[in-house]
Each structure stands twice: as structure tokens, then as C-alpha cells.
Design a protein around this ligand. Structure first.
Ligand SMILES: [Cu+2]
Length: 201
């Protein structure tokens, strides 16, 4: 039986027009939860995989963040061998740089820098270490909770999708290969969200 104190969060995000309409409703005695700016990253494929598109949301949860990622256009899984790593599942991280300039077409997105690792942890416990993305005919959806940062702390950094799996051991970046896609994490000026607990309290 579930006895923990945690519960799932449900979110609703608004366009500017919807947010205005909602705040007008809040003049009424309604007890709607407070709104906060949406933090997100639009993901675009680079020279090695231009088909990739994606969105990553960073939503406040307890003392950390609930991360949602939806990505399309990933390459098909390709098995590895003794000399070549598999293509997929895909290493997925926050990097410390703030630019998704493609740069060298053969080795793109180097301006995104190394893994974001503000507390100088071994790889596998970096604040920017995410679970890998599994391609389902090119589509991946992932949601997880982390207490290693709040959404606003990662604004201005970048998200990278790699070609190969992350081994969560090799220093400093997990041997996850080339950088297929990138997105800069931004705070929306026009979209807001509300959050509320669902499930056991
Ligand atoms: Cu990475």
C-alpha cells in the first residue's frame, strides 16, 4: 500500500490570451493555484540528424523539477559491436554552455560545452544527467523528477541529445558520442502554468 507523502503533479499551461482570461476568473472567489512562467527548451536537430524536433518542459515540483520531454525524428536503433557503440538509446543531458550554434558539421554543438555539473559530482550524478531517450520509431517521451535543480536555475543552459547511450561512468561525459540535437532552455514571457497535486496527499 502506498504510504508516502509525495504525489503526482498535474499541470496546465496557458498562452498569453488564456492566462489573461484565467486571471480574470481569479477575481472571483475561486481558489485556483498560482501561475508561474513556463521554462522550456525547443529542440532542433543539427547537421547529423536534422529531422529531430522536440520540446522539453521544466515544471516546479516539491524542491526540484519535473522534466517532460517529447522528441520526434530520432534515428532507428542500430546495434553496436565490439568496436562501434549502438545508436540509441540516446544520451540526454543539460550542458553548461548557452549556445546551440551548429559549428563543425562533423562534430556539432561544441559551443554547448560540457555537462552541467555545478556541484562537481562524478558522472552519473551530475545535476545535468538525465535518463536516456528510447526511440519508438523515432518518437521518445520521457518524464522524471529531479531534486538537483529548480526550473529557473537552468534557464540559459542547453539540452543535448547524443547519438549513443550514456554509460554513466566514463568521465566527464559518459562516452555518449556525437551531438545530434540541441535546445537552449528559456523562460517564456507569454506562457504560464499552474500546478496542483493529484493522488495521495
Ligand atoms: Cu551530453
Amino acid at each position: 500500500m502506498y504510504t508516502g507523502n509525495s504525489s503526482l503533479f498535474a499541470y496546465r499551461c496557458f498562452s498569453e490570451e488564456e492566462a489573461v482570461a484565467t486571471s480574470a476568473r481569479q477575481q472571483e472567489p475561486a481558489d485556483e493555484p498560482p501561475q508561474f512562467p513556463l521554462v522550456f527548451a525547443d529542440i532542433q536537430g543539427g547537421p547529423l540528424r536534422p529531422e529531430i524536433r522536440g520540446i522539453v518542459y521544466f515544471l516546479p515540483m516539491d524542491s526540484g523539477t519535473q522534466v517532460y520531454a517529447y522528441v520526434t525524428g530520432l534515428p532507428p536503433y542500430t546495434p553496436g559491436n565490439a568496436n562501434t557503440p549502438p545508436i540509441g538509446p540516446h544520451g540526454f543531458h543539460i550542458h553548461s554552455g548557452g549556445s546551440c550554434a551548429p559549428g563543425d558539421p562533423a562534430n556539432p554543438f561544441q559551443d554547448a560545452g560540457d555537462h552541467w555539473n555545478p556541484t562537481n559530482q562524478p558522472h552519473g550524478n551530475h545535476a545535468g544527467d538525465f535518463p536516456p531517450l528510447f526511440s519508438n520509431d523515432g518518437v521518445a517521451f520521457l518524464s522524471f523528477y529531479t531534486d538537483k535543480f529548480t526550473p529557473t536555475e537552468v534557464v540559459g543552459k542547453t539540452i543535448i541529445i547524443h547519438e549513443n547511450p550514456d554509460d554513466f561512468r566514463t568521465q566527464p561525459s559518459g562516452n555518449s558520442g556525437k551531438r545530434l540535437a540541441c535546445g537552449v532552455i528559456v523562460q517564456s514571457q507569454t506562457r504560464t502554468c499552474t500546478a496542483g497535486h493529484i493522488g495521495p496527499q
